[in-house]
Design a protein around this ligand. Structure first.
Ligand code: 13P
Length: 335
């Protein structure tokens, strides 16, 4: 087994998932201000450290995606953050793209940037202890979108990123996110997501990326958030599985979904059904940001010193999602 394959499997073993705590300072500021907490480097660290030292980390969270600011911060117990995460038994990871910018030639769409100087930055992150990385491409759905230009250029960037990351002995998370915003049907989401993922793999193969040493982070197949269509959870699970089965090469060890604006319970329930119906060999787990942190953040914002109470809420969500990643979750377990 290759070393990268080993890391990917370790991150997702036994129902473990990934905590996406890699919000950029801009996004984190919006999240904190929405609950009336000032966005200072200390507060950003305090909330994140509260999650990273929770008891569920060892049992449920196989990897944590950090932002550049956090990977260089020192915890209140005087540990470097990546060391703290490794000591707890999880794996530190790092977001390495520099954000989605307007795509010249199709200005309603975005292209993710960050390839310039990436090799040097990767070496630095590796030295800091990172075992894996993340790069997110975003795609909108509407009548003419995503365009061929957006599909091809984002796939190219994801592949160049992945090749560089593997060269530096880390596992790339490949995240092509087809956004939930819009009036589109689930069928349109299915078709566009399939096209996007197939193009990504075409480019990954062209760039000689070892598919056994990546983790795919896709969206689930959902109707747009402004669509009138109501589809059942079973339908979401079936379409998601069908889409991935037909567009992801079998060498890929694991798939970790993003939550993409679903509620906490919805993200858990959908993941659970996906695993109940999963007949593929892919591990199907989670790499959630909002769906792991929302309730904990709301609770914490009322008393920044209530570490234990905040961790209790986070532990519950992490446990529910780890059960869902094994198809063992049920509504009755929610409190
Ligand atoms: P959400 O689960 O909040 O969509 O975030 C996951 C993520 O890492 C987006 O890049």
């Amino acid at each position: 087994m290759s070393e990268l394959n080993n890391i990917a499997l370790k991150i997702l073993e036994n129902g473990k998932g990934i905590l996406a705590a890699d919000e950029s300072t801009g996004t984190m500021t919006k999240r904190l201000e929405s609950v009336n907490v000032p966005s200072t480097p200390q507060n950003r660290l305090l909330f994140r450290e509260t999650l990273f030292t929770a008891s569920s980390m060892n049992e449920c969270i196989g990897g944590v995606i950090l932002y550049d600011e956090t990977i260089k911060q020192i915890s209140s117990r005087k540990n470097k953050i990546p060391e703290l995460i490794s000591k707890i038994g999880s794996n530190p990871g790092i977001k390495v793209d520099t954000g989605a910018k307007v795509l010249s030639g199709s200005p309603d769409e975005k292209i993710t940037e960050g390839l310039d100087g990436l090799r040097e930055r990767l070496k630095e992150y590796y030295e800091l202890g990172a075992k894996f990385t993340k790069w997110r491409g975003v795609y909108i759905i509407s009548k003419n979108y995503p365009s061929k230009l957006s599909i091809e250029s984002n796939a190219h960037a994801l592949a160049r990123y992945s090749a560089l990351v593997q060269e530096c002995n880390m596992v790339p998370i490949v995240e092509p996110e087809v956004l939930m915003e819009g009036e589109h049907s689930a069928k349109e989401c299915y078709e566009k997501t399939s096209e996007v993922i197939k193009k990504c793999f075409e480019e990954l193969i062209l760039h000689k990326v070892d598919l056994k040493g990546i983790i795919l982070k896709p969206n689930m197949i959902l109707a747009g958030n402004k669509s009138k269509e109501k589809i059942s959870k079973e339908e979401v699970a079936k379409l998601t599985l069908q889409c991935l089965k037909s567009s992801v090469p079998s060498e890929v060890p694991g798939i970790a979904f993003l939550s993409g604006g679903q509620s906490e319970i919805e993200a858990t329930e959908n993941l659970n059904l996906i695993n109940k119906l999963n007949k593929t060999n892919f591990i199907m787990s989670y790499s959630y940001g909002r769906a792991l942190q929302q309730s904990a953040l709301k609770f914490w914002s009322k008393d920044l010193n209530n570490i234990e109470g905040t961790q209790k809420i986070f532990n519950h969500r992490a446990k529910m999602n780890t059960l869902a990643a094994q198809g063992k979750w049920s509504k009755e377990l929610e409190i």
